[in-house]
Design a protein around this ligand. Structure first.
Ligand code: NAD
Length: 293
């Protein structure tokens, strides 16, 4: 059993923290939403809330599942008058950022934390809410292999780890994965719209795509389930996908690798985000019509 601090009980964080508690760990949780923390504590005997970051002083492992690097840095390093976890946790404890953060900033953060005697892993995840609930996430880990070996019994409760390199590598791989996924989604939606305009039935289209070479994660797991059904409730927001694409394109720039298709895909996601708003699910891309040329 470990003392685990968990910050960020959103669409992903809540079911992940649930599995950690169910696995016999002592959980202390925090979120900007008091409703999320009270619900968690009421549903998990022995779990506690952290009223301030100071309450995490006993945590052996601190997991963040927050929207982005800004939020992660604000809790780890502190913000304005608020002292961050790096002034609160005991040296030797492990900080695991499971959010989809920016790789270059994560690498810097890891270096800073190492200087203070902390251990750090970036361990973003793929698989969405469904696999977070099932504990079958793909966990993409950057950082020291020995720290990962020590943390694997905890992370195993959430899914399967793949070590991809030093600190920051997990976040780099995650952003690139989401670029490929987001490009596939846009291509699928464009094909559906063009096919329908030609007179094809979208349900027939998706079954043909799934039996053919156009098959991808969107055709298999999103079109019928969240788009054609009109449910649009996958649990992954369009704004977060646009954020991930921005990270992937920033990565390309930082290493001098042109990504011309990616830049266009990013623009489409940003335009859709502006048109549909912050609360839109990413599968609502199906509802978005780009301006006619
Ligand atoms: P979410 O918006 O549902 O949850 C984020 C949570 O963090 C919210 O509950 C919010 O109140 C809380 N929060 C924000 N800032 C905070 C702060 N400073 N202190 C405490 N709590 C704070 O987001 P999500 O969908 O759970 O995604 C979390 C991360 O996981 C993101 O980086 C996202 O890109 C990534 N991700 C999401 C999915 C998905 O399917 N939703 C899949 C893989 C990865």
């Amino acid at each position: 059993m470990m003392n685990i601090g968990f910050i960020g009980l959103g669409m992903m964080g809540y079911p992940m923290a649930h599995l950690l508690a169910q696995g016999g760990n002592a959980l202390r949780v925090m979120d900007l939403s008091p409703a999320a923390t009270s619900r968690f504590v009421s549903e998990h005997e022995g779990a506690c809330t952290a009223a301030t970051l100071q309450d995490f002083s006993d945590a052996q492992v601190l997991i963040t599942m927050l929207p982005d690097s800004n939020a992660v840095e604000s809790v780890v390093l502190g913000k304005d008058e608020m002292q961050g976890l790096s002034g609160i946790l005991r040296p030797g404890s492990v900080i695991i950022d499971m959010s989809s953060s920016e790789p270059v900033r994560s690498r810097q953060l890891a270096g800073h934390l190492a200087g203070l005697g902390f251990r750090y892993l970036d361990a973003p995840v793929s698989g969405g809410v469904k696999r977070a609930v099932a504990g079958t996430l793909a966990i993409i880990v950057g950082g020291d292999a020995q720290v990962l070996a020590e943390m694997e019994p905890v992370l195993k409760l959430l899914g399967k780890c793949t070590h991809v390199g030093p600190a920051g590598a997990g976040h780099a791989m995650k952003a690139l994965n989401n670029y490929v996924s987001a490009a596939g989604l846009v291509a699928t939606v464009e094909a559906l719209h063009a096919g329908q305009a030609f007179g094809l039935d979208p349900e027939v289209m998706v079954s043909v795509l799934n039996a053919s070479t156009g098959k991808n994660n969107t055709t298999e797991n999103k079109v019928s389930q969240f788009m054609l059904s009109g449910a649009y409730n996958s649990g992954f927001s369009l704004a977060l996908m646009a954020k991930d694409l921005g990270i992937a394109m920033g990565l390309g720039k930082s290493v001098g690798q042109p990504m011309p298709l990616g830049e266009q895909v990013l623009q489409i996601w940003r335009d859709a985000n502006a048109a549909l708003g912050q609360s839109a699910d990413h599968t609502e891309m199906y509802r978005y019509s780009p301006p006619k040329a």
